[in-house]
Design a protein around this ligand. Structure first.
Ligand code: DX5
Ligand code: ZN
Length: 220
């Protein structure tokens, strides 16, 4: 079986206790922290920027992956690197020069992944798959936490898994949105090896540690 990694999304964390929340996720064995940056243009919601990234950086030594749901993501790479980002997930949608964006992340010596929305086919990855470290298949429409997993993305996860195994086996396949104890096993069976989860971890009634434990048990 493939080793599954966890990337808790702080979007559903209690921002008044962010340090404790991240520490609980770390304690529970999170592999990295997923930070959802939204600008109110690329997606119809505003979340946070470099100030919060920098605050999280001070609370953990885990790698920080930034999911950039913003227009012109490259323009902010320098600021986010200064704030402590380790890798960037940028969207295929709306980026006419995705290859250049990937090169910019490489020049900064940071990890880079490409994210695709539910309506975007796996085939758009053909020419860039070998240049990225991660593929993020969105299993909800980006913009908000707490949404329902879109089941039709499972077939696409399978297609991306095939492509990765064939052409770039060390590439991570992450899924993001509506991942919980019911949907995580489906995503993993389809081929995902990294689970992003907000609500299932930070929204768990008994805290992030219990939330992650529950999620882990579901895929065992
Ligand atoms: C949605 C974000 C997700 C979100 C996931 O736009 O990319 O990372 O925080 O939240 P849940 O796990 O609640 O669906
Ligand atoms: Zn995300």
């Amino acid at each position: 079986a493939r080793v599954v990694k966890f990337a808790p999304s702080i979007l559903s964390a209690d921002f008044a206790r962010l340090g404790e929340e991240v520490a609980a996720a770390e304690q529970a064995g999170a592999d990295r922290i997923h930070l959802d940056v939204m600008d109110g243009h690329f997606v119809p919601n505003i979340s946070f920027g470099a100030v919060v990234v920098e605050a999280v950086r001070r609370t953990t030594s885990l790698p920080l992956e930034l999911h950039l749901m913003i227009t012109n993501p490259d323009d902010y790479f320098d600021d986010f690197v200064a704030a402590g980002a380790d890798s960037f997930l940028v969207h295929w949608e709306g980026n006419a020069n995705l290859h250049r964006t990937i090169q910019r992340a490489r020049h900064l010596n940071k990890g880079i992944g490409v994210a695709i929305n539910p309506a975007t086919p796996a085939s758009v990855l053909e020419e860039i798959l070998v240049d990225v470290d991660q593929v993020l298949v969105m299993t909800v429409n980006p913009g908000f936490g707490h949404q329902t997993f879109i089941n039709t993305t499972l077939a696409k996860i399978g297609r991306v898994r095939e492509m990765i195994d064939r052409r770039h086996p060390q590439c991570d396949l992450e899924i993001d949105g509506g991942v919980n104890a019911e949907t995580a096993p489906l995503g993993v069976a389809a081929g995902a090896n990294v689970l992003v989860a907000g609500t299932a971890i930070f929204g768990a009634s008994q805290g992030a540690e219990a939330g992650m434990k529950h999620l882990r048990q579901a895929i065992e």
